[in-house]
Design a protein around this ligand. Structure first.
Ligand code: HEM
Ligand SMILES: *[C@@H]1O[C@H](CO)[C@@H](O)[C@H](O)[C@H]1NC(C)=O
Ligand SMILES: *[C@@H]1O[C@H](CO)[C@@H](O)[C@H](O)[C@H]1NC(C)=O
Ligand SMILES: *[C@@H]1O[C@H](CO)[C@@H](O)[C@H](O)[C@H]1NC(C)=O
Ligand SMILES: *[C@@H]1O[C@H](CO)[C@@H](O)[C@H](O)[C@H]1NC(C)=O
Length: 492
């Protein structure tokens, strides 16, 4: 490892340009070693996540921060005032270009999450429209989620029946539920808890998330490293992980192609997309590879985010038993023993406020997916050269000093309650804002609401003193609590 760091250091001195562009947003001085170290050193040895570190710097440098990570300049914006200028401008709706973002789709720019301009617009519009057609965001989604909830309850019932309680590791608690709700949307299928495809899917995604980082990888800053040291530069595992995802999705797509029936209405994304490919309106950007990339994007964007939000939710429910009891009063009162549906949300403002507060715990520690300036432009008077990467640190809107949220680290659902109904402040934006806004908001909210309500309806969740929830934040692709265990007991 040491020779590798030394090597990078020398390369850095030669390669890195520490001149800032004219009128670039303020930030720490660009020292070659500093930026490279940020890149290479193990995240654990720098104690701060990127969110924390940039929030800290914004105290000194203001709401528009100019940084250099590896070889690339990057602008991070912070706080509720600047976010509107950022989100409403069409100058900033691009996504970064470069090896790190192309390689995941084998050199072409494909999918929705990391594409821009016409292709992105056409694909995003198509997907949003068609997801709605087979019930995404409507009551049909309730049925899909209720089915998953029943399977989770059944497995809990069985485990609890022996000793009256069960101790669960939160790490994998929601995996099957979350992955199945996505998979059902994509392929129309669900897998059982022990199914080998489910196990494989979990392994593949775990591997994928390990290789991805907001700041790229050594090979993406110095592409020649992939030849010199494919392993240490992160190249090999990046490729391997993406091949696995791709193969998994392609196998499923082959099944769909074999039994595709164009005379019935499609009920999942793959069939819908195949029908489009076969139709007369064969749009230019519609291809099979595009479909695979979109499926990959949905797992990337929808699994870890929902997982971490649910983990934040249960972390705080365990630490605040009074919140659990209060939620259960509402649940019992409204549901009277039946399963919750999405329509119940209007009558359950307290549960809804728990959902929002969990989203704040997650979003308030996250940075948006990186954007890219599509042309030379300005933000808050500073120059932003074309192609500069720019992202919003959402901490500023949901936890920072100007956010309007008092004691932002405390889990207080009541802050979202007005008189008997939900009251959501403008700068509560866990799903981002503007044209790049999240595509999965209704699925994410539905998952968090239905799973939490149904679990609290039947079970109490307690702390396990040997494995308590910590208060720190684990820094993955997205932030989450450190793993903890919970003791689950039946309420009745
Ligand atoms: C708690 C759960 C979730 C949170 C907090 C969340 C949040 C976000 C945020 C902050 C962005 C980026 C906005 C930007 O770049 O400015 C985003 C983008 C996106 N999300 Fe989500 N998301 C969640 C769940 C999901 C789910 C379940 C799906 C899948 C259906 C999904 C699909 C997407 C897609 C496709 C994009 C990219 C949109 C684009 O680039 O135009 N998300 N999400
Ligand atoms: C820094 O990291 C160590 C080890 O990961 C951890 O025990 C400690 O609590 C962290 N400190 C802060 C301030 O986060
Ligand atoms: C709900 O989904 C089923 C298939 O799962 C489909 O046949 C039906 O048309 C959908 N209903 C609505 C209202 O979207
Ligand atoms: C649609 O496009 C695909 C890929 O370009 C092509 O293979 C297919 O034959 C086209 N279908 C029609 C009906 O034009
Ligand atoms: C949920 O988070 C845990 C880490 O706490 C991870 O091992 C697991 O793969 C995640 N599951 C999903 C579906 O993202």
């Amino acid at each position: 490892m040491l020779w590798f760091v030394l090597f990078l250091f020398i390369v850095a001195l030669i390669y890195i340009n520490t001149e800032k562009p004219k009128n670039f947003p303020p930030g720490p001085r660009w020292v070659p070693l500093g930026s490279i170290l940020l890149q290479v050193l193990n995240k654990k040895s720098i104690n701060k996540s990127l969110t924390e570190a940039t929030a800290e710097m914004s105290k000194n440098f203001g709401p528009v921060l100019g940084l250099k990570v590896g070889k690339d300049p990057i602008i991070i914006i912070y706080g509720p005032h600047i976010i509107k200028e950022f989100s409403t401008s069409d100058d900033f709706i691009g996504r970064p270009i470069g090896l790190y973002y192309n390689l995941r789709t084998w050199g072409k720019r494909l999918g929705i999450l990391l594409t821009d301009e016409e292709v992105w617009q056409e694909q995003k519009r198509f997907i949003v429209k068609h997801l709605r057609k087979f019930g995404y965001g409507s009551n049909n989604m309730t049925f899909i989620l209720q089915e998953e909830i029943k399977y989770l309850s059944d497995s809990l019932e069985e485990a609890i029946s022996n000793s009256g309680y069960i101790i669960c590791d939160i790490r994998n608690f929601f995996n099957v539920g979350i992955l199945n709700t996505l998979w059902k949307l994509i392929s129309g299928k669900r897998y059982g808890y022990e199914d080998r495809y489910m196990v494989e899917l979990q392994n593949i995604l775990t591997k994928l998330f390990k290789t991805i980082h907001m700041t790229g990888a050594p090979f993406s800053h110095f592409p020649f490293l992939k030849y010199i040291s494919p392993e240490m530069s992160g190249y090999k595992c990046y490729i391997d992980a993406h091949i696995s995802v791709w193969n998994f999705l392609r196998n499923e797509l082959q099944c769909h192609k074999r039994i595709l029936n164009l005379n019935t209405d499609p009920t999942n994304l793959m069939d819908t997309y195949l029908a489009q490919l076969n139709s007369i309106e064969n749009g230019t950007s519609f291809t099979e590879a595009q479909l695979l990339a979109i499926c990959m994007d949905m797992f990337m964007a929808g699994s870890e985010t929902t997982n971490n939000t649910l983990k934040f939710c249960f972390q705080h429910l365990i630490l605040n038993q009074d919140i659990q009891r209060k939620a259960q009063l509402e649940i019992d009162d409204v549901l009277r023993g039946r399963l919750p549906t999405l329509e119940d949300r209007l009558k359950m403002p307290y549960m809804e406020s728990i959902v929002s507060e969990s989203l704040r715990m997650f979003g308030g520690r996250a940075i948006t997916v990186p954007h890219r300036a599509l042309k030379d432009t300005k933000i808050a008077g500073f120059n932003v050269p074309k192609n500069t990467v720019i992202a919003a640190n959402l901490h500023g809107c949901m936890m920072g000093p100007d956010s309007g949220f008092k004691n932002p680290e405390c889990f207080v659902p009541e802050r979202f309650l007005g008189k008997d109904k939900l009251s959501i402040p403008d700068n509560f934006i866990p799903f981002g804002l503007g044209k790049r806004r999240c595509m999965g908001e209704s699925l994410a909210r539905a998952n968090i609401f239905l799973f939490t309500a149904a679990l609290l309806q039947n079970y109490n969740f307690f702390m396990v003193p040997e494995h308590p929830p910590g208060m720190g934040v684990a820094d993955g692709v997205t932030p989450g609590p450190f793993d903890f265990k919970t003791k689950i007991m039946k309420r009745y």
